[in-house]
Write a protein that binds this ligand. Structure first.
Ligand code: URA
Length: 317
């Protein structure tokens, strides 16, 4: 008889292995043994032996009687074969759909509805739910991260896990809370195992992000992490080069560029706490810009750094 303790340990080890391999969400109620599934039918190849002989008329003209099907007379032409499964839409059509749906939305809520009905991003199939935004849809400060993680996927809100908690402390340090900002991501569904988003996934979500920016018309953008900074600013450098330097975000349909500050991602700061001093310098610069833009009253006290340390003196880079 199998030892229950060892089979439980084996099951846990298998689960751990799957999680480390990135398969960390269940997508069905019952496990599917793909080795037991029947072989999909192979496309039939026309062999020379199976090919019907040409009729006399065809032989004379050198043309088949029916353009699509040599030798089959008036039989209706078969639709052209495609190598793609029929349920996949070409990327350009999906992209056009994304653009059309995003443009038709006239509020953040309508963007949510549009995304709920949009199946063009494959991440939707593995995510638990849509994760669109948190904060205030009338805010003039917008924070754009990368993609939802596990906790965001479960709660349906960006930045609610450990990185989000650090982001909250960073915001508090410059006198902000979630009621004064709009927080969203480049992607609206979690990539399995928190892998990096692919360019195609970013591209198909971008129209919806651009529509959010267009509807909010924020005065300042804080871009957390390399993925959002590179995508929105159209830069190729890494975040360590881009961070702390104000840049213009140029929206395809807004007249004026929006000042955008790339900064280090809070998840990176959790792994590299020594970099918090750089992020702190970025936050101070962001607060100054907020004051100049009339987005916050001048604080009477200097803000406390997120780690309650004295803020390091800014040095010239
Ligand atoms: N990281 C992000 O970029 N966004 C989130 O919502 C959570 C973690």
């Amino acid at each position: 008889m199998a030892n229950p303790a060892s089979s439980q340990a084996e099951a846990l080890a298998a689960l751990q292995w799957l999680i480390e391999a990135g398969a960390d969400e269940a997508v069905g109620e019952a496990a599917l043994d793909r080795t037991q599934l029947p072989e999909p039918p192979r496309p039939r190849q026309a062999s020379a032996a199976a090919k019907p002989r040409a009729t006399k008329a065809e032989a004379a003209s050198g043309q088949p009687a029916s353009p699509g099907l040599p030798g089959l007379g008036d039989a209706p032409a078969a639709p052209p074969r495609s190598r793609r499964p029929t349920n996949l839409t070409p990327a350009s059509e999906t992209q056009a759909d994304a653009q059309r749906l995003a443009l038709a939305a006239t509020s953040i809520e309508e963007i949510r509805q549009a995304l709920e009905g949009f199946d063009g991003c494959p991440l939707k199939a593995t995510a638990t739910q849509l994760c669109l935004y948190d904060g205030n849809p009338d805010a003039k400060i917008m924070i754009i991260g990368e993609a939802p993680g596990g906790q965001e996927d479960r709660q349906g809100k960006p930045f609610v896990g450990p990185a989000g908690q650090l982001l909250d402390r960073m915001l508090t340090a410059i006198g902000l809370d979630r009621s004064q900002v709009f927080i969203t991501n480049l992607l609206f569904w979690r990539p399995p195992g928190n892998r990096n988003p692919t360019p195609a996934e970013i591209a198909v979500c971008l129209p919806f992000l651009e529509r959010q920016v267009e509807l909010l018309e924020p005065k300042l953008l804080l871009l957390t992490g390399g993925m959002s900074a590179k995508t929105l600013l159209n830069r190729s450098q890494g975040i360590l080069k881009l961070r702390g330097r104000w840049d213009d975000y140029r929206h395809p349909r807004l007249d004026d560029p929006i000042p955008a500050l790339p900064t280090l991602h809070p998840a990176y700061l959790l792994r590299q706490p020594a970099q918090k001093r750089e992020a702190w310098r970025d936050l101070l610069a962001f607060r100054e810009a907020m004051t100049r833009a009339g987005l916050t009253p001048e604080p009477s006290e200097p803000p406390e750094s997120p780690e309650s340390q004295d803020p390091p003196e800014p040095k010239e880079p």
